[in-house]
Design a protein around this ligand. Structure first.
Ligand code: SF4
Ligand code: SF4
Length: 197
């Protein structure tokens, strides 16, 4: 497995190559254009979010009929038993999918509530962005607590790290209680405003 620094370097290189490819295809300016169309406002949300890929919302992505496990593996995804891969997704670089054109079906179809409402024109982009920021701040509050209890493991989802932390014999019960309260609050926001179905 790559170290943190090696992964960051690989990630930067991949993003640079992706942007060059988009520029060659004549689509790079689109990424930086301010657009007022609701569907494109929703697409803009994802550019700065990544919560459905980084292990905050989900633990894994299930492959669907028509997905090609070998092809996805060739793009770097760690597909297990030809049926799923775990999150945080290895293809995520910052908040960007580095295999966007080749992402599996579930990723193509998933739209969180915030995305759907902005795309439908029933929610202001600014409100959705504020909710995404709120979630990121909640995660930033939880991360050090998890790290303090069960150590750092950036390759595990937030829920997995939370479960590991609860399994630790933590002496300071106030620390444990604070973690539980923060995680329950986060899950409440994710369920109410992001998850679907
Ligand atoms: S959680 Fe919603 S806004 Fe964020 S990247 Fe996923 S679909 Fe886009
Ligand atoms: S393949 Fe891309 S869209 Fe799918 S989980 Fe990974 S980073 Fe997200």
């Amino acid at each position: 497995m790559l170290s943190g620094r090696a992964w960051e370097a690989k990630c930067e290189k991949t993003m640079s190559a992706s942007l060059k490819a988009l520029a060659r295809a004549g689509t790079a300016p689109y990424l930086f254009t301010v657009i007022s169309d609701p569907a494109q406002a929703a697409a803009r949300l994802c550019m700065d979010c990544g919560l459905c890929c980084n292990g905050v919302m989900f633990d894994m992505v299930m492959l669907q009929p028509g997905d090609n496990p070998r092809a996805l593996k060739a793009h770097g995804l760690k597909v297990k038993r030809r049926e799923h891969f775990r999150q945080p997704c290895i293809a995520l670089c910052g908040t960007q999918c580095t295999i966007y054109q080749h992402r599996p079906t579930r990723c193509r179809l998933f739209e969180c509530q915030q995305y759907q409402q902005v795309a439908a024109g029933t929610l202001a982009e600014a409100v959705a962005k504020a909710r995404i920021e709120e979630v990121k701040q909640q995660v930033a509050h939880i991360e050090p607590m998890l790290e303090g209890i069960s150590g750092s493991n950036p390759r595990k989802s937030l829920s997995q790290r939370y479960a590991s932390s609860l399994a630790e014999p933590v002496e300071a019960t106030t620390q444990r209680a604070e973690l539980i309260e923060a995680m329950e609050k986060l899950q409440g926001v994710l369920t109410e405003h992001f998850r679907v179905g």
